[in-house]
Design a protein around this ligand. Structure first.
Ligand code: ATP
Ligand code: MG
Length: 568
């Protein structure tokens, strides 16, 4: 986040600084994050959270958390809890400013009565379908409802009876009386209230009419004293309606919130719509909202992302005025950068191949010094056991290696990290399958740290674990959930699940150095040469330790175009 102080102001900051200079709203800055509790938060919400809370902090202002809970049929308490948890985890605090749009239902109702009294709203007895049919098109005016010219008294009576539960769902609505020929479709007598005999997660059965989002949102901002109401671009066209509503309620020149729109975050190879994410969860395509392949904050957390990495990603993405797509590789870069500084290095072999050091005494064992984090001296060293039989990574050996393969092959030498240089003398194969099952190697005792030939140069250095001391670990390797850059861009008749990646999760078992057994759920480590890993919080038990790969050490998708035999 330290970059934010160096970069030039984004357009929202420019607006805010100008408002402060003009002493608008006594120079107060008050923002809010307004989620609808109908799903778990995703990385796009994280962008909005960082922006709103970040601006509050930067300008010594305040930021509210407000649940936009106007839709009782899709909202649940579970979502409220997860949203609060995710915001706190990201490092932000709404202090005592937790609000719900449902807290304002009474106020909104009173205001609706005011609009009716001023002949600015009316009860329409038509169905929503009829109303939709009369809306017209952007180039053709809509039709006025036959109920539009009802008397104020009749409207007041009907609206109160709607509220009292006298009418079934869908039989009447309250509409604003604006202009059926406005070029802005949102101004064509939009619906303000609908009848819905549904229980609300907070107000229970108190209400059977519910305000539409467009009627609730701007007024909620107003009631909370929000100065800068930041939202995504699709609401730009709603702004005249929000202004119109406030015009009916607030005197000219008095305080009112200012809406500012910015481009929503889109990520390549990722779907972000809550409806689609819910579909993946409901159909069991992923393992719940916090599946490590999900773009949800809870999924990223389980995958091993840190709050710092998400905040620095949000900062790098910046604030745009036009829609764009951010490469998901930038998100992966941000977590790599953070984990490189923070995570201890460990040795673990994911696809083990046994190596026997024929000249190493059978009963001998030694402890070798290994550096915990070369980026952070304060992390010190640990000792790792070494013995005659070890495991190396199967793909670090090639029977017939090309010239540029700097790892192990018949007659070749490599260094074992923190240990000796070894030479491959013999390759043992399974006679039935021809598969390599073991390598017989010799080691040079003088090549260990502190010995005479310790500075001998070889081209490759491999990670390894001592077979006798190794512990089994379960490893979950993740890849992108979708294979298509824009999963939403599919032919007619196919849906976004069309390009799901069948190999997005690969489960294997590996061998790890003993120190890894101390790792607890949520702990993050770098397995040297293979990637950053995080202990899974769902499946790890006292008997079984499960590691999620957060990211490989390098961007494997970018590497495809290069030689696969490049030195690691
Ligand atoms: P859905 O994805 O189901 O349409 P939503 O994204 O509008 O829902 P909300 O709960 O209404 O979900 O969003 C809360 C806030 O987060 C809103 O202010 C919204 O503008 C912002 N937000 C949502 N998605 C993104 C995104 N991809 N990038 C930036 N901000 C976002
Ligand atoms: Mg929304």
């Amino acid at each position: 986040m330290n970059q934010s102080s160096e970069r030039s102001l984004n357009f929202i900051e420019q607006i805010i600084e100008e408002d402060i200079r003009n002493n608008k709203n006594e120079s107060r800055v008050h923002t809010r994050f307004p989620p609808e509790p109908n799903g778990y938060l995703h990385i796009g919400h994280a962008k909005s959270i960082c922006l709103n809370f970040g601006l509050g902090k930067k300008y010594n202002g305040l930021t509210n958390l407000r649940f936009d809970d106007t839709n009782p049929t899709k909202e649940e308490e579970e979502y409220v809890k997860s949203i609060m948890n995710d915001i706190r985890w990201l490092g932000f605090d709404w202090e005592d400013r937790l609000y719900y749009a449902s807290d304002y239902f009474n106020h909104l109702y009173e205001w609706a009565l005011k609009l009716i009294r001023n002949d600015k709203a009316y009860v329409d007895d038509q169905t929503v379908e009829d109303i939709r049919r009369q809306r017209g098109t952007p180039t053709r005016p809509g039709l006025e409802s036959p109920y539009r010219s009802r008397s104020v008294d009749e409207n007041l009576d009907l609206f109160q009876r709607m509220k009292n539960g006298e009418f079934p769902d869908g039989t009447r609505v309250l509409r604003a009386k604006i202009d059926m020929s406005s070029p802005n479709m949102h101004m064509r007598d939009p619906v303000m209230y609908r009848i819905l005999h549904a229980s609300h997660h907070r107000t229970g059965d108190t209400w059977c009419i519910y305000p539409m989002y467009d009627w609730a949102h701007g007024q909620s901002d107003y009631l909370e004293g929000i100065t800068h109401s930041i939202c995504t671009l699709e609401f730009e066209i709603h702004r005249p309606l929000y202004d119109w509503f406030l015009d009916q309620l607030v005197k000219e020149g008095e305080y009112r919130p200012r809406q500012i729109e910015f481009a929503r975050l889109n990520l390549s190879y990722t779907v972000m719509s809550k409806r689609k994410l819910l579909e993946l969860v409901k159909e069991g395509i992923v393992d719940g909202w916090n599946d490590p392949r999900m773009p949800t904050i809870s999924g990223l957390r389980r995958r091993g992302y840190t709050p710092e990495s998400i905040r620095s990603f949000a900062d790098r993405v910046g604030v745009a005025k036009r829609d764009n797509v951010i490469d998901v590789a930038l998100l992966e870069y941000s977590v790599r950068e953070d984990l490189n500084k923070k995570s201890d290095r460990r040795l673990a072999v994911l696809d083990p191949l046994k190596v026997t050091l024929t000249n190493y005494p059978e009963d001998r064992e030694e402890k070798l010094d290994a550096i915990n984090n070369p980026e952070d001296d304060s992390k010190g060293k640990r000792q790792i056991p070494f013995s005659r039989e070890i495991y190396i990574e199967r793909n670090d050996f090639m029977e017939d290696p090309p010239r540029k393969f700097f790892r192990l092959g018949p007659g070749r030498e490599v260094r074992l990290k923190y240990a000796y240089i070894i030479k491959c003398e013999e390759v043992i194969k399974d006679p039935a399958t021809g598969q390599v099952v073991e390598l017989k190697c010799t080691y040079d005792p003088e090549t260990k740290s502190g010995m005479t030939r310790s500075d001998k140069k070889v081209k490759g250095t491999l990670h390894w674990v001592s077979a006798k001391h190794a512990r089994d670990i379960e490893v979950r390797l993740y890849d992108r959930l979708f294979m298509q850059e824009d999963p939403n861009d599919v032919e007619e008749g196919k849906d976004f699940k069309y390009s799901l990646n069948p190999d997005s999760l690969k489960i294997t078992t590996g061998k790890a150095e003993p120190a890894l057994l101390e790792a607890r759920p949520g702990d993050k480590v770098q397995f040297e040469r293979t990637g950053y890993f995080c202990v899974d919080s769902k499946y790890t038990t006292s008997e079984r330790i499960v590691f999620n790969r957060t990211v490989p050490l390098r961007d494997s998708w970018a590497k495809i175009s290069n030689s696969t035999h490049k030195k690691k």
